[in-house]
Structures are given as structure tokens and as C-alpha cells.
Write a protein that binds this ligand. Structure first.
Ligand code: I3P
Length: 517
């Protein structure tokens, strides 16, 4: 029956004699399958009461009839089995341990390699976003960067600087709307030190942490007293709520819903030789029913508390279309008399309203714009508050004083900024973009930090416009309605002269002064 069943199923028939060899084979086989197949074997050997054919379970097909028959065979001696089992477990435990350790070491190794790769990529990406990536390889590109930014890239402390920058990240508010700091970001993560930082670098990180804590306190104070402070930002000047924090190292600048002027300007600038003297542009962003452009946060080039000065360039600060807008605005009248109570004419006093062009030309005359084609809009020195009370800085002497105060104790930063401004001027002179556009209400943002890293960028192109086909401009002659001149080059040249010639004291000289007094 057994043989018959075996043949039926195509299994090799087992010998019927219980020879020692057969028995040993059967026992071994039985041991191999008995655990998982015990139930099935029972089913196999059980003859159902109704006399139907014996049930054969699939799992047991590898067993012959004889294997089944010897089911009752006692297993090999328990002593031997126990010995074998314990030996088997011990060896396997050791092997398993070794294997797991090897995997763990391999995992850690791979993870470290990945970390190094990710950090490098991160640095590259940051540098690229900062417009610094070229400076690593090419001398000519290095020349295109602010001196200290290039130095940073060369520096072995680059990692730490970038880490600091990430942690200290403060958002620049752009244009005559000027710079802003992001206190939210500042408060994050400085406690975590960069793995590759040396003791010195870590000490510097701690120092920066202290500065940041100080900044936070300052910010909190300012938050209470400065109505321009928005959540996470300290805005230097300009329109309220014009900025939001973008992704890491970027800021979002609010645009008017019906105008994409600035986005198009930045797109063209990204293709121009002037690309490296403006913030990197990352495109348009639609967020919470608002339209923004995303720009590089220039403050990420710097460490710790940063000095920022916004200088509006040009002898015309309004668009030509604004020059012919007759709309009377009471708000601008109020702003005008606040700056100079005696400025309003009798008629204006009666109407208590003025046109935009009246207000803008008033501001030009009250400041250095009329005389020198640039004016300081706002500034902030490290550890200090934002100074926006500069509307009447008009004479050369007043400009010198303002700049000297800004660069106080940092003549090296002043020199680097003067160099950078010269570079901007050279780029501007050969730029196709600037040949074909009028640059109105645009600023130069000058920045430096406590380590005298320094740089300057052209910002705010909200009122920059393509010239009519039949018009060309010199950027260096006075404006008349219809000639589209903006006085940008004149202003830039004068700013370079001013920065170069202002008397900047060193820290030592400042200390001596205090001692003397
Ligand atoms: C503002 C400043 C802005 C200008 C704004 C002026 O004056 O000149 O540049 O915005 O015009 O009020 P102030 O500096 O004295 O505050 P635009 O550059 O957009 O023209 P506005 O009131 O029409 O916004």
C-alpha cells in the first residue's frame, strides 16, 4: 500500500526492510521535518473511519511511506542531541554576534561617508546660493566676489562660518525697503557645534552664541519700542510687511499682485555680467494668496551681528509716470511736514495734501540725493539699533559723519567695501542690462561683520524699467521728464568717493578716545 501510494505520487519507493542505514536515513529525515510536519504526518497516517483513501498532505510529500511508518521511532539519544544543540547554538550565537558587529561597523562607516558627502554638498549648495561657488576654483571669479567672502571660501574655517551663518541666519530686507534680521532663525541651533570645528572655532561659536543671545535681548527690547518690528524680522526701512522668510538662506519679497516687473528684471540680471553684484534670484513664489520673489539672503555671507547700510542711488527716486500723477495725498503731506514743518507752501497747508512727485523731490532735496545722487536711507551697526533718522543727512560733511559712524572701528571693512563698490561700478559700465534700463529707487546694500568680512550688492529693482526703443541713457546726466536719466553712475561714483574718503577710526583709536575723555 505504502509502495503503491509512493508510486502513485511519483515518489521513490522506500525499501521495506528496516536496515540500519534506512533507519538512520529515515530518522534524520524525520527529525528534519518532524517539527514543521508533525500535524501533517498525523493526517497522512490516519485512515479515516469511512475507509477513504489515506490523506496525503502536501508538506509531507518528501517523506516516503517508510518514513511515516517509523514515526514512532525514538529520536537519537537526548544527550547527543542536547550536546549538539548547545554546540550549535553557541557557535551560531558567536557567528551571529560577529556578523551583527560587522554590519554595525559597516553601517557606521557608510553613514560617516554619507555625512561627509552631504556636508560637502550642503556647503557647495550654500556657496552656490551665495554666489560663491566659482570662487573656489577660478581666480577671475574670486575677483568678482567681495574680498572677505572669497577669503571665507579659502579658509579652513569655511564649514564653521557656514554653520554659523545658518544658525545666525538673519534675513535681509531688500532695497530702499532695506535690510531685516530674522530673530527667529537666530535663536535656533547655535548650541550644536559643527563636528569639524576646532577648539578655537568652537570658542568662536560660543562667542557668537553670546552675541546672538545679546541680539535676542536687543531684539526683544526693540520689539517693544520699534513699531516696524514684525514677527521674526527687524526691518531697516521702507514698506511694512514687504518681506517673509523663504527657504533656508532666502527671503521672500512681496510684489504687487498686478506687477511682475522685479521678477522679470531679476531674470534678465541673472543672465547679465552684473549677476554677481546682485542677490541670486530663485523665482516667483505664491504663498497665502500673496505673490513674492525669492532672493538670496545676503546676510548668510556674514557671521554674528552684521552692520548694514542701505544707500539709495540715483538723482531721481520716482518713476516718470509718477512725475505726471496729479493725485493729492494727505499721508505724504503729513510725512513732509514731519521732516520739515516749514516745507509746505501756503496752498499745500490749505489742502494738507501733496502729490507723490512733490514728496519725492522734497525728500531728494532734504537729503544728499539732489547734490550727490545718493543718500543713506538707513543703517545698523553691530550691537546697535536701526537708524532710520537720516532723512536730513544732506551735506558732504554730514554724509562723511554718517559713514564714519557706520565704519567706526572697522577701517578694513571700509576698504573692502570701497573695493567692492569699484567692482560694481566696473560691471555696471559694461552691462548690457544697464544700457537698456533706467534704474530708479534702487539701492546699494553695504554689509560687514565683526570679523571684517565685507561686501556690497545692488538691490531693489521694483522701479527699474526697460527703456523705450528710441531712448538711451548715460546714467550720469540730470533728469528731465522724458529723458529717462537716473543719475545712477554719478551716484555710485560719489558713493565710492565718500566711502574712500571718510575718516574711520580703528578700535585702538576709539579706546584711546574713551580713555582720554
Ligand atoms: C517713501 C519712500 C519710498 C516710496 C514711498 C515713499 O518715502 O520714498 O521709496 O515708495 O512711496 O512714501 P519715505 O522714505 O520718506 O518713507 P516707492 O519706492 O514704492 O515709490 P509710497 O508712499 O507711494 O509707497
Amino acid at each position: 500500500m505504502g509502495q503503491h501510494a509512493g508510486k502513485e505520487d511519483g515518489l521513490s519507493p522506500s525499501p521495506t526492510a528496516d536496515t540500519d542505514t534506512n533507519r538512520a536515513n529515515s530518522v534524520t529525515k524525520w527529525n528534519q521535518v518532524s517539527v514543521r510536519c508533525a500535524k501533517q504526518l498525523q493526517a497522512y497516517t490516519c485512515t479515516p473511519p469511512d475507509g477513504r483513501k489515506k490523506k496525503r498532505h502536501k508538506m509531507c510529500r518528501s517523506l516516503s511511506e517508510d518514513d511515516v511508518r517509523i514515526r514512532g521511532t525514538p529520536p537519537p539519544s537526548p544527550g547527543l542531541l542536547a550536546k549538539f544543540s548547545s554546540h550549535f547554538s553557541f557557535i551560531h550565537a558567536i557567528l551571529l554576534g560577529i556578523t551583527l558587529s560587522a554590519f554595525w561597523l559597516l553601517f557606521n562607516f557608510v553613514q560617516n561617508i554619507l555625512n561627509v558627502l552631504i556636508t560637502t554638498t550642503d556647503i557647495d549648495r550654500e556657496n552656490r546660493s551665495n554666489g560663491c561657488v566659482q570662487s573656489r576654483d577660478s581666480q577671475s571669479d574670486q575677483e568678482n566676489l567681495p574680498h572677505d567672502v572669497t577669503q571665507n571660501n579659502r579658509s579652513s574655517e569655511n564649514d564653521v562660518n557656514i554653520e554659523n551663518n545658518k544658525n545666525n541666519a538673519m534675513d535681509v530686507q531688500e532695497g530702499h525697503r532695506s535690510a531685516a534680521t530674522c530673530s527667529e532663525t537666530c535663536s535656533d541651533g547655535l548650541s550644536s557645534q559643527h563636528p569639524s570645528a576646532t577648539a578655537d572655532q568652537n570658542a568662536r561659536l560660543k562667542e557668537n552664541q553670546k552675541n546672538e543671545d545679546k541680539d535676542k535681548t536687543e531684539d526683544n527690547k526693540e520689539n517693544q519700542t520699534n513699531p516696524t518690528k514684525k514677527e521674526g524680522f527687524v526691518q531697516l526701512s521702507g514698506h511694512e510687511g514687504a518681506f517673509a522668510q523663504g527657504a533656508k538662506n532666502t527671503i521672500l519679497k512681496l510684489q504687487t499682485k498686478d506687477g511682475d516687473t522685479e521678477a522679470r528684471v531679476y531674470e534678465r540680471l541673472m543672465q547679465d555680467v552684473c549677476r554677481d553684484v546682485v542677490p541670486a534670484y530663485y523665482g516667483e513664489v505664491f504663498k497665502e494668496d500673496k505673490y513674492y520673489i525669492e532672493l538670496e539672503n545676503l546676510l548668510t555671507h556674514f557671521v554674528g551681528d552684521v552692520a548694514v547700510m542701505d544707500v539709495k542711488i540715483g538723482n531721481r527716486t520716482f518713476a516718470e509716470k509718477e512725475a505726471i500723477n496729479p493725485k493729492l495725498r494727505p499721508d505724504l503731506y503729513q510725512k513732509m511736514v514731519k521732516v520739515n514743518p516749514g516745507a509746505a507752501t501756503e496752498e499745500e497747508q490749505q489742502k494738507k495734501a501733496i502729490t507723490k512727485v512733490r514728496y519725492m523731490t522734497f525728500r531728494e532735496k532734504e537729503s544728499s540725493t539732489s547734490a550727490f545722487s545718493f543718500r543713506v536711507e538707513a543703517s545698523k551697526v553691530p550691537g546697535g539699533k536701526t537708524n532710520k533718522d537720516l532723512k536730513t543727512v544732506r551735506t558732504w560733511e554730514q554724509v562723511m559723519k554718517t559713514l564714519a559712524k557706520f565704519f567706526k572701528g572697522h577701517p578694513a571693512a571700509r576698504d573692502k567695501i570701497a573695493e567692492r563698490l569699484q567692482h560694481i561700478r566696473e560691471k555696471f559700465a559694461v552691462s548690457d542690462f544697464f544700457k537698456r534700463h533706467e534704474i530708479v529707487g534702487s539701492s546699494v546694500l553695504m554689509l560687514y561683520d565683526v570679523e571684517d568680512n565685507a561686501g556690497a550688492w545692488m538691490i531693489d529693482f521694483a522701479k527699474t524699467a526697460a527703456l523705450p526703443d528710441d531712448i538711451s541713457v548715460t546714467h550720469a546726466v540730470p533728469w528731465e521728464l522724458g529723458n529717462h536719466e537716473d543719475g545712477y553712475l554719478t551716484g555710485l561714483d560719489n558713493l565710492i568717493k565718500a566711502v574712500k574718503s571718510c575718516v574711520v577710526t580703528t578700535v585702538e583709536e576709539e579706546e584711546e578716545k574713551v580713555h582720554f575723555v
